[in-house]
Design a protein around this ligand. Structure first.
Ligand SMILES: *Cc1c(COP(=O)(O)O)cnc(C)c1O
Length: 424
C-alpha cells in the first residue's frame, strides 16, 4: 500500500478507536470476519450456485457458500437462503424483479416516517418501474401504524407485495396485522429487516416468518455484524434455478435465485460469502443473544437519559435499537448542525428526516442514533447516561470551542478504554 493510503487507513482506524459510533446502521465486525474479507477468496469467480457453477475450481467455494446458506436458514428458520446479493439495495431490487411486472404495485412505509430509499423513493430505478403506495403512522406521539388505513389502501390498490421494514422507525411493527391485510388482498408478504436482522437472529425481536411472511431481505452488516452485503430468505420449494418456474409463492426461492444470478448480478463476491458464513456462525453463539438483548437495553436507557435532558424523541421512546430526535423542537438546531457538533467531540450520528419534517432532506430536523456499535464495543446501560450527558453538553455548549475541545478529550479517553472487537 502506498504511503498516502496507509496513512488514510491508520487515520480511519484512529477515528473509529477514539470515537463512539452512534449511527444505527453501523457496527464493528470481528477479526475473523475481517480476515475472511481480506482472504484469497476474493480471487475466485463462482457464477451460479453450489453444485451448479459455470467455471471450474469450485470444490472449496461450493462448501463455503453451502455453509453460509445452511447457517442463514438455521438462524432465521428459512427454507432457502440466497447469500449472493452484494448489498441490501440489490437484494430488494432482485425481489421486486423476481415477483413483479412493470407497473405492478408495492405497498411500503411512508418514506419520511422510516421507509428506506429502496422502498420506492422517486429517485430510484424501482420507482420508475413499479407503483409504490404508502402506509404510515396514525399518531406521531406513539408512532403507532394506522392499520385501518393500510387495509383500505391495500383493498383499493391490490399491491402484489406488502413490505414491512424501515431504516428510521423506532417502534415495533405488528406483523400479525400485516399478514392479515396482505393475505386479505393476496399480496406477498416481504419483510426488509436490514436494520434489525441481528436482533431477530439474537432472539431479542420477533421473526416475521413466525407470522407467515414469505420473504425476508436483509443487509448482513448492520445489527447482524457481518461483512457489508445482502441476503434474501424465503419459504417455499427450491427448484432448479436454471429452469424458469411459474410465478407462484411456492416457487419464490427459485424465482429469486434466478433473478439474483443471472437476472441481476454477475459472480458472487466469494470473500464476502466466506465472511457471511463466519458472521452467521458467530450469530449462532449464545453470546450473540446477550449482545442483541443488550442493544435493546442500551437503546431504552439512552432514550430515557436523553428525554430526561430535554431531548424531544420522535414517538417518545424506542422499541428497538434506534432513536430519532427532533432537534429543532429540542434545541432549535437542525439535525445536520447537531451531527456536525457531535462530530467535533467524537460522537458519530446522522441527520434524518422526521415525520412531517418542515425542513428539506439534506438539512432535516431529525438526528438518528442507535446502540448496536457501542454495544459491540462493550458499553452497557450505565454508560448511556454518560453518552446522553456528553451530547447534551455539546449541543448546549455548541458556541464554546473550549468546551467542545474538552468534551472531545473526555470522549476519546473513555472510548480508548474499549478495544475494537477486531483487536481480539
Ligand atoms: C440499509 C438498508 C437497505 C440498503 O442496504 P445497502 O446495503 O445500503 O444497500 C435496505 N433496506 C433497509 C430497510 C435498510 O435499512
Amino acid at each position: 500500500m502506498n504511503k498516502t493510503l496507509k496513512e488514510l487507513l491508520e487515520a480511519e482506524e484512529k477515528r473509529q478507536r477514539q470515537g463512539l459510533e452512534l449511527i444505527p446502521s453501523e457496527n464493528y465486525v470481528s477479526r475473523d470476519v475481517l480476515d475472511a474479507l481480506g482472504s484469497i477468496y476474493t480471487n475466485k469467480y463462482s457464477e451460479g450456485y453450489p453444485g451448479k457453477r459455470y467455471y471450474g475450481g469450485q470444490e472449496n467455494t461450493d462448501k463455503v457458500e453451502q455453509l453460509a446458506i445452511d447457517r442463514a436458514k438455521q438462524l432465521f428458520g428459512a427454507d432457502h437462503a440466497n447469500v449472493q446479493p452484494h448489498s441490501g439495495a440489490p437484494a430488494n431490487i432482485a425481489v421486486y424483479q423476481a415477483w413483479l411486472e412493470p407497473g405492478d404495485c408495492v405497498m411500503a412505509m411512508q418514506l419520511d416516517q422510516g421507509g428506506h430509499l429502496t422502498h420506492g423513493h422517486p429517485v430510484t430505478s424501482s420507482a420508475k418501474l413499479y407503483k409504490f403506495v404508502r402506509y404510515g403512522i396514525k399518531d406521531i406521539e406513539t408512532g403507532e401504524i394506522d392499520y385501518d388505513a393500510m387495509r383500505e389502501v391495500a383493498k383499493k390498490e391490490k399491491p402484489k407485495i406488502l413490505l414491512a421494514g424501515f431504516s428510521g422507525y423506532p417502534r415495533a411493527l405488528d406483523y400479525e396485522k400485516f399478514a392479515s391485510i396482505g393475505n386479505e388482498v393476496g399480496a406477498v408478504l416481504m419483510a426488509d429487516m436490514a436494520h434489525i436482522a441481528g436482533l431477530i437472529a439474537g432472539k431479542a425481536l420477533p421473526n416475521p416468518f413466525d407470522f407467515g411472511f414469505h420473504i425476508i431481505t436483509t443487509t448482513t452488516h448492520k445489527t447482524l455484524r457481518g461483512p457489508r452485503g445482502g441476503m434474501i430468505l424465503t419459504r417455499g420449494t427450491v427448484g432448479n434455478p436454471l429452469k424458469a418456474p411459474d410465478k407462484t409463492v411456492e416457487n419464490l426461492p427459485t424465482l429469486i435465485d434466478r433473478e439474483v444470478f443471472p437476472g441481476f448480478q454477475g459472480g458472487p463476491h466469494m470473500n464476502n460469502v466466506l465472511a457471511k458464513a463466519v458472521a452467521f456462525g458467530e450469530a449462532q453463539q449464545p453470546e450473540f443473544q446477550t449482545y442483541a438483548k443488550q442493544v435493546l437495553k442500551n437503546a431504552k436507557r439512552l432514550a430515557d437519559e436523553l428525554m430526561n435532558r430535554g431531548f424531544k424523541l420522535v414517538t417518545n421512546g424506542t422499541d428497538n435499537h434506534l432513536i430519532q430526535i427532533d432537534m429543532m423542537k429540542s434545541f432549535e438546531v437542525t439535525g445536520r448542525e447537531a451531527q456536525d457538533i457531535l462530530d467535533e467531540i467524537g460522537l458519530t450520528a446522522n441527520c434524518n428526516s422526521i415525520p412531517n419534517d418542515p425542513l428539506p432532506p439534506f438539512r432535516p430536523s431529525g438526528l438518528r442514533l442507535g446502540t448496536p456499535a457501542i454495544t459491540s464495543r462493550g458499553l452497557n446501560e450505565d454508560d448511556m447516561a454518560l453518552v446522553a450527558e456528553w451530547m447534551n453538553a455539546a449541543i448546549v455548549g455548541r458556541n464554546k470551542p473550549d468546551q467542545l475541545k474538552k468534551l472531545k478529550a473526555i470522549v476519546s479517553e473513555f472510548a480508548s478504554k474499549y478495544p475494537l472487537p477486531s483487536d481480539k
